[in-house]
Design a protein around this ligand. Structure first.
Ligand SMILES: *Cc1c(COP(=O)(O)O)cnc(C)c1O
Length: 456
């Protein structure tokens, strides 16, 4: 054994304590860490031939790289839709690396069973029936991709071909319809060989991002055969929701696969007052929900639900002499793009075990209340206006001053990070609330820097 490696093995408990102390200090200082840090100008260092040992590597990381890391896990990072990591989720993440299970088969470990328990907990959290199976993937992009892959295989079934065996060319023309799809849906269609250009956006009513169901009905008639519909439950600019129940009802007249991108909007199901927004979610054929956003587990984790695990197996099966056959109870390497895979269910398992449905409902309710507080305050800021009502946890605002300049000033303050966007042709800023640490005082601090940037 390499001498550094042998020494680290001997010192392992002390090394873990050092990492623990360092991590505790970082988390303790999260509130003061700049929300966003400019890109590093660090000159790449050559690979050390003789290693440094873990203790020196920790020092090197601490000095060379950590100062450039953002406060994205902290309370005032409002860019994209970004969750933090609750204490229990972080514990689960540490232990994922500690046990280092390859959660793909039940041949040697109960890790897969833990993942299944977690899937069942999530199914119940989102109010889904037991006929949905679920698997963990890296993020909503991959969840959308897997869901649409199953939809693609379903289209093949309808047309009497197997895309998994014959390739996507056997499918012929594919119609994919959606009102305000997330960019990752285009990426998924590109990866799946369907093609970005096959996505036809269906009109949305004025001032909305939710699909016009009558227009969708007409587009399905025009498609004239089986199609794929991507419904959106929570759009990134204005958190608008398609009417899932009305869309599902179109199945009485048209043949289509219904995929729902509920990356963060799915969490509306946790709150009685907002549950109606995802009414009909249960009628989907496949569903995407991100977990590193509103569940506040560390990157990277999302869940992919479907009712057609049989089709999922035909796409992702990985038959080999030394592996289990994909029977009625398929191992996980028959269900996801990966074969070997980390036990990314463990942080979610810890979070759900530690805080339960109630704890997670509180996080979602508080995020929504904070978005409202922020929206109300924006309405009083000189030179700022809301571009849509605050429907859930994202506030979309336009400013009289150049958005890029406002953003630059706000980010330079270190107080917050917002993301720029364009909504209805208007350059805008988005503030998304999904971190468990955020409190009312944080909203007030962000409003103060915005006011400063707008008036100074
Ligand atoms: C974030 C998001 C995605 C993509 O999620 P990743 O976790 O970045 O892959 C897809 N759809 C919606 C609606 C999202 O908000």
């Amino acid at each position: 054994m390499d001498s550094r490696l042998a020494a680290d093995l001997g010192d392992l408990p002390d090394l873990l304590t050092a990492a623990r102390d360092y991590a505790a200090g970082i988390l303790d200082g999260l509130d003061d860490r700049p929300a966003a840090v400019p890109p590093s100008d660090a000159v790449p260092m050559p690979l050390p031939a003789g290693g440094l040992g873990a203790a020196k590597a920790l020092e090197l990381f601490r000095d060379r790289w950590a100062p450039g890391f953002s406060g994205s896990a902290g309370p005032r990072y409002l860019g994209f839709v970004t969750g933090g990591a609750t204490p229990a989720a972080l514990l689960g993440d540490w232990l994922t690396g500690t046990f280092d299970q390859n959660a793909c088969t039940r041949q040697d470990s109960s890790a897969v069973d833990l993942e299944r328990e977690t899937v069942a907990w999530l199914r119940s959290l989102f109010g889904l029936k037991d006929d949905f199976s679920g698997t963990f993937v890296t993020g909503a992009t991959m969840s959308n991709t897997v869901g649409l892959a199953i939809g693609r295989e379903w289209l093949g079934e309808r047309r009497g071909v197997s895309v998994a065996r014959q390739g996507v060319a056997a499918l012929g023309d594919v119609t994919v319809l959606s009102g305000s799809p997330h960019s990752s849906v285009y990426k998924a269609l590109s990866m799946l060989g369907i093609g970005r250009d096959q996505l036809r956006t269906v009109p949305v009513p004025a001032g909305r991002e939710a699909v016009d169901v009558d227009a969708l009905d007409a587009a399905l008639s025009e498609a004239g055969g089986p199609a794929i519909v991507v419904a959106n439950a929570g759009t990134v600019n204005t958190v608008d929701f398609d009417d899932l129940r009305a869309i599902a009802a179109l199945k009485h007249r048209h043949d289509f696969w219904l995929h729902v991108d509920a990356a963060f909007g799915g969490f509306a199901a946790l709150v009685p007052e907002h549950r109606h927004l995802v009414d009909g979610l249960d009628l989907a054929d496949s569903i995407c929900v991100d977990l590193h956003k509103w569940l506040n587990v560390p990157y990277d984790a999302a869940i992919q639900f479907t009712r057609r695990q049989d089709l999922q197996v035909s796409i992702f099966q990985n038959a080999a002499a030394y592996l289990t056959a994909p029977g009625t109870d398929p191992d996980l390497f028959h269900l996801t793009p990966e074969n070997s895979r980390r036990l990314r269910a463990l942080p979610a398992w810890f979070a759900l075990a530690a805080y339960g449905a109630d704890g997670h409902r509180e996080i979602v309710e508080r995020s929504i209340a904070l978005a409202r507080r922020f929206g109300d305050a924006v309405a009083t800021l000189p030179g700022a206006r809301l571009l849509s009502p605050v429907r859930l946890n994202v506030v979309c605002l336009a400013t009289d001053r150049d958005v890029a300049a406002v953003l630059k000033a706000v980010v330079a303050s270190g107080e917050t990070f917002l993301t720029p966007t364009v909504y209805n042709g208007v350059p805008a800023l988005r503030a998304a609330f999904s971190n468990w640490r955020t409190r009312a005082a944080d909203v007030d601090r962000v409003i103060a820097v915005l006011r400063e940037a707008l008036t100074s």
